[in-house]
Design a protein around this ligand. Structure first.
Ligand code: HEC
Length: 492
């Protein structure tokens, strides 16, 4: 009861008047779309800020909130394939109206507010709707405004000549100059297929002040120049999509910047592909009519809805049978089922899954976060010990189970940072017939020891129970059957 009351208290304390669109947004939308509307967890979720989906015809966002949305969707040039749960049964008409009015007038969005009457009418008109919308269904009913060209005021110039490297176009005379109203880099209208060059110039607007990445690939050569600085270049002759593509980064202030792209084609196939993205947000946006291949995008794995997330793949710093757990609260760990021990703990982001989720997924993936601490790197239990798997509780917290003879060791991990500083709590219990066990919890010469704890790299380790035993640069915790020990790791 106490726990229940504690959980409910902060919700009850919020005055949920219909007009508090901002507060309602924080409660019902910001976990996924971000407090700043840019999409939570570094843009894993689609943005509402600057999204055409939110603006214009209000029926579109109202129906999405009522019934949800799933399958592939494209928002502001980036593709997502996720699931938004329906909220129609949780949120009354006036609250949906308040939230959407807030979203349509915040973060630079400009659209009319939404009334409760409109939501009510939309709800009644779609009462038969079962299941979330797909992009096709909802955009057929409520199309998005025509997409803005990616590059404004774009002009292209065509040159004729024989080059095997990018020439100095400033010394050459263009045979043709054209305005490109679709704002995309394209060689379709060049009028040649061999021995020509092209230069494009226009204005590219950076939505935020941030580091941006550009990726360019060409058959044969091309470079992208932003505000007079070459950011990425593929030079010489050769094919596209064959590993010649190049990436470069540049810091840009929010607002328009001069973009210049130079290109040449020698003989044979021809093509150019150019894309860019905010370095901290996944999702390349194409600036050409051909998309760039080979640019691996980060796929951050994040705990959702307060539940820990599991990653079972090759994690750098532990053994092949590593099990990674990313907890809410920016704390993470990796357990080795070979060494029967937790081996890595870290703070910040959990894992980038893109290496192993794309077809070329080979090798180890390093933790994505910071302050990685290696706890140990050798077998923690006797030779007869066997890994018996792990269980997750309702919050996704794992209990790793190891059998040693007739005894079972149960090792449970939870986030513990109630005070706001990142911490992990571990409970080690021993069941079954037998005496106390000594479990390796740290392995490093020169750990600084106190009475019931020690420091290891960036963490303070505290143990409660029967105490710590240390020998040969290793620290063990003693656990007897029926008397669990707790170990807390907090980052300094
Ligand atoms: C559990 C996470 C989650 C919550 C909570 C959530 N959304 Fe979404 N929302 C998504 C996802 C995921 C998509 C994209 C669905 C897809 O990929 O098919 C989306 C798409 C959208 C879109 C269309 C695409 C875009 O980015 O403009 C709108 C509009 C939207 N949500 C509004 C809201 C509003 C308003 C709320 C709060 C009432 C809300 N969402 C709550 C996850 C969520």
């Amino acid at each position: 009861m106490l726990l229940r009351a504690a959980l409910l208290a902060p919700l009850c304390a919020l005055p949920l008047h219909a007009q508090d669109g901002g507060q309602l947004y924080t409660l019902y939308c910001s976990a996924c779309h971000g407090a700043d509307g840019k999409g939570a967890t570094g843009g894993t979720f689609p943005p509402l800020a600057g999204s055409d989906w939110v603006m214009g015809d209000a029926a579109r966002p109202v129906k999405i909130v009522l019934h949800g949305l799933h399958g592939e969707v494209e928002v502001d040039g980036r593709k997502f394939n996720l699931e938004m749960p329906p909220q129609g049964s949780v949120l009354p008409d006036d609250q949906i109206a308040a939230i959407l009015s807030y979203a349509r007038t915040s973060w630079g969005n400009k659209a009319e507010v939404v009334t409760a009457e409109f939501v009510k009418a939309t709800r009644e008109a779609t009462a038969d709707r079962k299941g979330p919308w797909t992009q096709d269904e909802i955009l057929k009913l409520h199309p998005l405004p025509a997409a803005k060209p990616p590059i404004a005021n774009l002009i292209s110039q065509v040159y004729k000549g024989e080059w095997q490297k990018l020439p100095d176009f400033s010394t050459l005379k263009a045979e043709n100059i054209e305005e490109e109203h679709d704002g995309k880099i394209s060689i379709k209208k060049a009028g040649h297929t061999d021995l020509f060059g092209m230069v494009w110039e226009g204005d590219l607007t950076a939505p935020y002040s941030a580091d941006y990445l550009f990726r360019i690939d060409a058959d044969d050569g091309a470079r992208v120049i932003i505000d007079g600085k070459t950011v990425a270049e593929v030079n010489g002759t050769g094919p596209m999509d064959g590993g010649r593509g190049k990436e470069g980064s540049i810091k840009l202030e929010a607002g328009p910047h001069k973009i210049r792209v130079e290109y040449f084609e020698y003989y044979g196939n021809e093509g150019i592909a150019l894309a860019w993205r905010n370095a901290s947000v996944p999702g390349w946006k194409s600036l050409s009519d051909t998309s760039v291949k080979g640019g691996r995008e980060p796929i951050p794995l994040v705990p959702l809805n307060g539940r820990a997330v599991v990653y079972r793949n090759f994690i750098e710093g532990t053994t092949p049978r590593g099990i990674g757990i990313g907890f809410p609260g920016n704390v993470n760990m990796a357990y080795s089922a070979d060494d029967l021990a937790p081996e890595l703990i870290w703070t910040g982001s959990f894992m980038d899954a893109s290496r192993h989720w794309t077809d070329r997924g080979q090798g180890n993936q390093a933790p994505a976060g910071e302050k990685v601490v290696k706890l140990s790197g050798s077998r923690a239990l006797p030779d007869n010990a066997r890994f018996r798997g792990y269980k997750l509780d309702a919050a996704g917290n794992p209990t790793f189970s190891v059998q040693v003879g007739a005894q079972f060791l149960l090792d449970t991990w939870k986030p513990a940072g109630a005070t706001g500083e990142p911490a992990l709590a571990r409970t080690i219990a021993v069941n079954g017939e037998g005496g106390p066990m000594e479990i390796l919890i740290a392995e490093k010469a020169g750990v600084k020891e106190g009475p019931e704890g020690f420091e290891l790299g960036a963490v303070r380790v505290k143990a409660e129970g029967e105490g710590l035993v240390s020998r040969d640069g290793k620290v063990f915790v003693k656990v007897s059957p029926g008397k669990p020990a707790t170990v807390t790791y907090s980052w300094k």
